[in-house]
Design a protein around this ligand. Structure first.
Ligand SMILES: N[C@@H](CCC(=O)N[C@@H](CS)C(=O)NCC(=O)O)C(=O)O
Length: 212
């Protein structure tokens, strides 16, 4: 398998899952900050111009965090990456969908790329829009983590007692928090520490040039 990834991106969560799965894989770095993802040859690899992209053993490509994470969990079921009990499974799914769709897509998106959320009109060109979008994003990040903090009460992982694909999604969001200045609330901070203690996360962070 091959993972297209970029520094500072959500692809680290898929990297963590690949480490958890333990199957051989290679990494291909895309300079997302330098917008390499918007140029050929990457555009031909993923027309959405985003990482992560996973090339599977049959050569087919898969995009979208939730789809890749679910495919890994379903293809290697012995790793138990989706909780077995229905309630644990849907609680984990609830957290993963919120992390990927709302916290990442809406909240951190506004913080890191505010211009994407602003009208390309005269007000924006005059530089009058950006600060409010970013401030709105920061408030959404804070509120989002507060919601997740309640959901994690009494459960070490998103799906209950055991690690699952949802934890990888929550972790990549947690990793972005320090640079926004948003402090993680207690249960989320404890979850982040728990993740950093996992060998899979340590190995992924090494590739990203970070220490846990
Ligand atoms: N919906 C996609 C979102 C992926 C995504 O937003 N990737 C970011 C990095 S975290 C990216 O590649 N951004 C590049 C860009 O928008 O130019 C998923 O769930 O995989």
């Amino acid at each position: 398998m091959k993972l297209y990834w970029g520094k500072h991106t959500c692809a680290i969560g898929i990297h963590v899952l690949l480490e958890e799965v333990g199957q051989p894989f290679t990494l291909e770095e895309v300079d997302v900050l330098g917008q390499e993802n918007r140029r050929e040859p990457f555009r031909a690899i993923n027309a959405k111009m985003k990482v992560p992209v996973l090339v599977r053993p049959d050569g087919s490509k898969l995009t979208e965090y939730g789809a890749i994470a679910s495919w890994l969990a379903l293809t290697y079921p012995d790793k138990g990456l989706i909780p077995a009990a229905v309630e644990d499974r849907v609680r984990a799914q609830e957290i993963m969908d919120y992390a990927v769709g709302t916290l990442h897509g809406q909240a951190f998106g506004r913080v890191f790329m505010p211009t994407k959320f602003e009208p390309k009109d005269l007000l924006h060109k005059a530089g009058l829009g950006q600060s409010s979008t970013k401030a709105e994003g920061l408030a959404m990040v804070k509120d989002g983590f507060a919601i997740l903090d309640q959901q994690l009460e009494g459960r070490p992982y998103a799906g209950g007692q055991a690690f699952s694909i949802a934890d990888s999604a929550l972790f990549y969001c947690e990793r972005w928090a320090p640079e926004t200045g948003v402090a993680l609330p207690p249960n989320v901070a404890a979850h982040c520490d728990r993740m950093k203690a996992r060998p899979s996360v340590k190995r992924a962070l090494e590739v990203y040039g970070e220490t846990p």
